[in-house]
Design a protein around this ligand. Sequence first.
Ligand SMILES: [Zn+2]
Length: 342
Amino acid sequence: MRLRVWSGLGVVAATAILTGCNSQPDTAKVADTKADAAAKIKAIRAAKEKAAAQVKANELGQIPVLMFHRIVDKPATTDDRSPQQFRADLERLVKDGYVPITAAEMVTGKIDIPAGKHPVVLTFDDSSPSQLTLNQMGVPEKNTAVGILKEMAARHPGFRPVATFYVTRDMFGKAVREEQAQALTWLKENGFEIGNHTRDHLNLRGRPQKEVEEQIGTIAQQITALSAIKPTTIALPYGNQPSKKVWALRGKHYNHQGAFLAGYTPAPSPFSKTFEPAGIPRIKVMEKKGDCAQFCSYAWLDWLKSNPDMRYTSDGDVRTVAYPKFQAPYLRKFFAAWSLPY
Ligand SMILES: [Zn+2]
C-alpha cells in the first residue's frame, strides 16, 4: 500500500518536470521552499524535544546489567537462582518499566525500546544446561533460563525475550560438536547474544598476553566455527581484567566492543563520557540480604527507582540520544550528531 502511494507521488513529480512548469527558475520561490523546509525541520525537532521531555528521557542515565549464573531448583550458592526466583526477578523488571536489550546492543548504542522505558541487560555466565536445554524439536525446557524468558514474553507483550550468554568450553553441557552447534545456532536464531567467557574460565589477572589471547581467542574461534558468530562482548571470569585492559578487547582472533566485570554498580550509558568499554560493571542478582544489602540487584533496582534522574530512560527513538540539557557536558563527542538535548 505504502509503495503505491509513493510511486503515485513519483508520477506527479515526474509529470511536473516533463511539462516544464518550473522552466523559469523563480529565486523567490526557491528561497521560500528552503525556508519552509528549514521551518519544517525545526518543528519536527521541537516536537521530538517535547516528546522526550514528556517522558523525562535521559539516555545518558545508568543501565543495570544483571549477572546470572545457574537457574536451578535448589540454589547451592548465592550465584544460583531458582526458577521461581528468576520469574520473580523478571516480573519485578516488567513492573519497574524495564525492557531487556543485549550487551551487544548496549555497547553499540542500539537501544531500541519504547519511550519512557528503561533498558536492562540480562547476562548469563558459564553456559550451563540450566540456562539452555533443548528437546529434539528445538524447544527449550520449561524451567531453563531461555524457557522462562520465552514464557515471560508470552505473558507480557512488551517484554523482549533477549539476553546475553557468556560461553566457555562447557557449552551448555554438550560435548558433541553437532549438539554444541544446535545450542549456539538456536540462541542466534532466537535473537540471543553469544558472548565470550574464555575457554577455561581462568583468572586472567597477571597472566602473560599470549595466554590471555589464547584463552579468549580459542573459544572465539570455536563459537565462530559452530555458529558463524563473532562475539561482540566478553565477560571476564571473576570480573578480573588482564594486566593490560585492552588485551580483553582486541587480540588475534577477536575484537570486542565491551568487556564486562562481575561487580557491583549500574553501568554508565554508552553515550556518556563515563562509559569505559574495557570495564563495564554488572550487578549480581540477589535480594537485599547480607552482603547484598547494598550492592546487588534488589538494592540497586530500589535505588534506581527512587532516583529516576540517574536512570536511563528512552525517548523511544533509536536514532537520537535524548537527555536533559543539564547533562550536556557528559555526552560523548562521537554521538553529537544524534544528540537531542531538551
Ligand atoms: Zn564465570
